[in-house]
Design a protein around this ligand. Structure first.
Ligand code: COA
Length: 177
């Protein structure tokens, strides 16, 4: 059945949170609070309504979700707006069917259409390069916390968008509250 990717509806908030909780339940590197993070981010100044997306095959079951929120690459006085991809979740019974990939590709396309020029992600170095992500240290863009260098990645949605950008990524405050 065809996969439908669309903006998350307010009526789906609780179902999406439950999906996120289930997706991360078995993840060793997770603190199992990603669903609460998404709830906080929906009320953040970093939230972009059009970039909270669900994947469905029918109207009544959300199979996947992705969220991109505004972040800032800061170097002294210079601040460059970017997007942080986090989290992406697929229901455990539906993983490995291409839903996560479809959500990532759709979110990058929509972000570009909305005028954003780059996205950063902290994630598995074997997963994100297939979407075009490269280690962020290529641009001297750094995470605000200790992380293996190859796991902190960025992608230019507009070629050359990061050419003159470097610094430390500042996530929305809701990530740390
Ligand atoms: C990570 C996740 C979103 C991927 O979604 P998915 O629909 O299962 O992924 P897809 O079917 O599109 O892609 C599967 C491919 O990704 C790989 N893959 C899936 N999860 C991976 C992971 N955590 N690390 C590395 N590779 C992974 C698979 O091996 C497969 O590779 P292939 O295409 O070369 O065969 C999903 O597994 C999930 O919700 N995991 C729990 C939450 C999580 O860890 N989220 C990511 C951090 S924010």
């Amino acid at each position: 059945m065809e996969l439908i990717i669309e903006q998350e509806r307010a009526s789906e908030f609780e179902a999406v949170e439950e999906l996120i909780r289930q997706a991360f339940a078995g993840e060793e590197l997770s603190d199992q609070t990603e669903h609460q993070l998404v709830k906080r981010l929906r009320n953040s100044k970093a939230y972009v309504t059009e970039l909270s997306l669900t994947a469905k095959r029918s109207d009544d079951e959300v199979l996947g979700h992705i969220l991109l929120t505004k972040a800032w690459i800061i170097d002294g006085e210079n601040s460059c707006e970017t997007l942080a991809l986090a989290p992406v979740s697929v229901s455990p019974e539906h993983q490995g069917q291409g839903i996560g990939s479809a959500l990532i590709n759709a979110s990058l396309k929509r972000a570009k259409q909305l005028g954003f020029s780059s996205v950063i992600v902290l994630g598995h170095p074997a997963y994100y390069p297939k979407f075009g992500f490269e280690p962020a240290n290529r641009w001297n863009i750094r995470a605000p916390f200790d992380v293996p260098e190859e796991a902190f990645m960025a992608i230019e949605l507009v070629p050359g968008a990061l050419a003159n950008v470097s610094g430390v990524v500042h996530y929305a405050d809701e990530f740390s509250s």
